[in-house]
Design a binder for this molecule. Structure first.
Ligand SMILES: Cc1ncc(COP(=O)(O)O)c(C=O)c1O
Length: 406
């Protein structure tokens, strides 16, 4: 097989049509395409490790499943790219019907916009001067960029920068739910929305509110009760702003844990689901509407491939994947097919597995797949994911916004 063919096949089979554009100058490691084209078609078990694997059948299942309970409602999905940081996956989400995407940071938003994702709502605020100036430059270039604001001084700063850039910038007001970001609900939220509406270089587009505390509450009923309770002040703010006559075309919020509940919230327009694309141990444990024990509405599509490097002791295996491959999040990863294995990723470069029962005898060099504890920070540790179908590498998905934390 000639290298030309490899490269052509690689580009054809990369995650999305027109994937060549994703190998932009923004790519982290410029050698990546050539070095990786030879991996296409390999068995996943022949890949070196640690490596991030993405099961494409499971991913595609998740992309559809998230919209199923919303069919026939007015509510859409606006997936949060903080989870995958990968424009190729954002493109798949748009193709699956998303109304746009959310991004957490300005640099993350920029990577998406530069790589063909035209509708990006940044859920974090920009408060430093360089960021505010940059945000306006981005908005000037990309009309689909919307940014959040949660205090009057910041609204004024955005106004001044938008004026200096000669643009009218699109803004949503973030309403506080978990005392992390956002303006307090009620009158302060209304006053901020009215201020944004009045400022000549800002365009008020609506509100967002993220209830991070409720997403991992165990049990569907308990989660729903708490989600609706904590959202009451946000709904009141929505009613206040709406009855004041402002344009409220966006009312965005929620996450994977509440994806099938928020359409019952008055005025809500779209869910900011993130983790559903990959799933992780934290989410699998919370239970869903159909299964109280396991949240199996979505498939665990993301795993870390790891190699056993030491099997010298009974009931103990050591792997090449520690905290630098998994982060230190809890619970520690779950080994696929070995429910009795306890994976400890506490050492930087080593994972330690302890067990009483194993399905086979493992030797040095054997490989294992491990479901990750918390998907978002794990993805941020890798340059790319291997897209796997039928156990073989079908595509390479560069994580172009990896490390884009500003
Ligand atoms: C503002 C905001 N919206 C949405 C999400 C997505 O949440 P999840 O991954 O639980 O779907 C997050 C995750 O942290 C977030 O911070």
């Amino acid at each position: 097989m000639s290298s030309t063919f490899n490269r052509r096949k690689f580009l054809q089979t990369s995650a999305v049509a027109g994937a060549a554009m994703l190998w932009s100058p923004k790519l982290h490691a410029s050698q990546l395409p050539d070095a990786l084209s030879a991996e296409i078609g390999k068995s996943k078990w022949d890949l070196d490790s640690p490596a991030l694997l993405l099961d494409l059948d499971k991913l595609e299942f998740n992309l559809k499943a998230v919209s199923a309970p919303l069919a026939g409602t007015r509510v859409g999905v606006r997936p949060h790219v903080k989870t995958h940081k990968c424009p190729a996956i954002a493109k798949m989400q748009i193709d699956a019907g998303a109304v746009g995407v959310c991004a957490a940071k300005l640099s993350e938003s920029e990577v998406m916009l530069e790589n063909g994702i035209s509708n990006v709502l940044m859920t974090g605020v920009n408060v430093t001067k360089p960021k505010i100036i940059k945000a306006m430059e981005i908005r000037k270039k990309y009309p689909g960029f919307i940014q959040a604001v949660d205090n009057p001084q910041n609204a004024q700063d955005l106004q001044d920068a938008a004026k200096a850039a000669g643009i009218i910038a699109d803004v949503v007001v973030d309403i506080d739910v978990i005392k992390r970001s956002g303006v307090p609900a009620g009158e302060p939220a209304l006053a901020l929305a009215q201020l944004v509406d009045k400022l000549p270089n800002l365009r008020f587009r609506g509100i967002l509110a993220y209830d991070g505390g409720v997403q991992h509450v165990k049990g569907f009923k308990a989660r729903k009760t708490r989600a609706f309770k904590t959202f009451e002040p946000v709904v009141e703010s929505y009613e206040l702003i709406k009855s004041s006559g402002l344009n409220l075309e966006i009312f965005s919020g929620g996450g994977t844990g509440t994806y099938d509940m928020m359409h019952e919230i008055p005025g809500f327009t779209d869910g900011q689901v993130g983790s559903y694309v990959f799933m992780d141990c934290q989410y699998l444990e919370i239970g869903g509407a159909k299964n109280e024990d396991r949240f199996d509405d979505f498939e665990a599509s993301l795993t870390v491939l790891t190699t056993i490097i030491n099997a010298n002791y009974p009931n103990r295996l050591v792997t090449d994947s520690g905290a630098k491959s998994f982060t230190l999040n809890k619970p520690t990863g779950w080994v696929v097919g070995e429910p009795d294995f306890l994976y400890n990723a506490g050492s930087d470069e080593y994972g330690t597995i302890s067990f009483e029962n194993a399905n086979k005898t493992y030797r040095v060099g054997d490989k294992l797949e491990v479901i990750v504890p918390h998907c978002d920070p794990v993805v941020n540790l890798y340059d790319f994911m291997y897209g796997i179908r039928n156990e073989k590498v079908e595509s390479i998905l560069p994580i172009l916004a990896r490390g884009k934390s500003q």
